[in-house]
Each structure stands twice: as C-alpha cells, then as structure tokens.
Design a protein around this ligand. Sequence first.
Ligand SMILES: Nc1ncnc2c1ncn2[C@@H]1O[C@H](COP(=O)(O)OP(=O)(O)O)[C@@H](O)[C@H]1O
Ligand SMILES: [Mg+2]
Length: 217
Amino acid sequence: MIEVNDLCFSRHDGGKKLSILNQLNLTVPAGQHLALLGDSGSGKTTFLHILAGLLHADSGSVSVNKELLSSLNEYERTLYRRKIGLIFQNYQLLDCLTVKQNIFFQYKLNFPKQENSEFESLINELGLEGKLNSLPYQLSGGEQQRVSIARALFNQPQIILADEPTGNLDKQRSIQVVELLTQLCRVRKINLVMVTHSHQLTEYFDQVKELRDGRFV
Ligand SMILES: Nc1ncnc2c1ncn2[C@@H]1O[C@H](COP(=O)(O)OP(=O)(O)O)[C@@H](O)[C@H]1O
Ligand SMILES: [Mg+2]
C-alpha cells in the first residue's frame, strides 16, 4: 500500500527555488496498480524517485506498506531500496552479462546467502527460456524489457516502479509488455506504479493519475 500526503519537492538552482512537486495526495491500496500520465517535465520521474527512496520530500509524507520514508535512517533506507523493483525505458541491462547473469546479479548482491526457487517459473512466464545465454545486444527491445522485468521480480520486491517501460517499444510490444507486467504483479499481489505516455495502456490499471506542472489534475 502506498500513501502520499501533501507531498512537496523542490530543487535549488543557483539561488532560485524551483518547485517540482506540489501538494500531492494519493492512496494506492495493497496490490493495486497505478498508471501515471503527464507531459515531459511534469515531475513523473521525480515522483518515482521519491517513492524509491532516492530523493527526499521537502514536506508531506510518503509511506509504503506503513513504512514512513522520512523516518528511515541511511541504513534503513538501503534496506528499503532492496524492496523496490525498478524498471526503466532503456532497460539498463549490463551489456557484458548474459540474460541469466543479469537476472541473478542484483539478487546475489542483495541476498548473497539466500536461494531463490522462482527462476524457472519466472523465465517461463516471460518467455525467456531460449535466451538465457544471450547477451543483451542479441535481443529485441521487447525481449530486453522482459529481462528487466524478470530481474525486478526475481528480487521479490514489495512494489514495482516502472518509468516509461514501453517508451522504446512499438504498440504491439508495448501492450504485450504491459499485459505481462500487470499480470505478474497481480499474481504476486504487489503494487505497481507505471509511468506512461499512452492513454491506451491505462486500461490495464486500477487507478490513473495525471501530473501537470507537479500537480495531480
Ligand atoms: N537534477 C535536476 N536539477 C534541476 N531540475 C531538475 C533535475 N531533474 C529534473 N529537474 C526538473 O524537474 C522537473 C520534473 O522533471 P522529471 O521528474 O524528470 O519530469 P518527467 O519525468 O515528467 O519528464 C523538470 O522541470 C525538470 O527540468
Ligand atoms: Mg521522466
């Protein structure tokens, strides 16, 4: 569950204060999925980064599964970030690692001593069986995005934050990726927040919000 109350965020540019996010309020009940729309520069990525614990709000509160982000110390914040799955427009796979290594790399850093039996089923669900030894450059955009979804879900996150994950994909592949992503999150009962430009993709979501100049409209 994600709860945002009166969230404000600004940046300082020289001596000037730039207000980026203004009085945002939002509740995403446990397991539900939110689509976030908005023009370029409206604050979508900034908002995701605050949810991910990468940026701090100036005022207001953000809690994720009852954890109040502003109350976490640096160590707790690191632990919190391990519970967040991030998916990006440009996939951000490691070029020199195979598909399988990409999926395991972050997990092994986060949980060096813990086995994870989810690998095979996740790979099958995402249709990546034949690609495990491929390098990212040998995959299509849709396949690379499916690897990045597998990597995010393999970490068994509490929430998934996806920043325009279909921004580099054609319409048909975008629909495929969003159908898969929402379905996999649904089964696992995890919150999904996805930024998208496409009104067509919002039909897969429980809730749709639009940012304009840092405010919800
Ligand atoms: N590092 C930064 N320093 C100053 N301003 C920034 C920085 N990052 C983003 N901004 C500004 O914050 C606003 C929101 O940016 P962003 O959250 O990236 O928007 P979106 O993802 O909706 O395109 C924009 O006006 C952008 O120029
Ligand atoms: Mg952005």
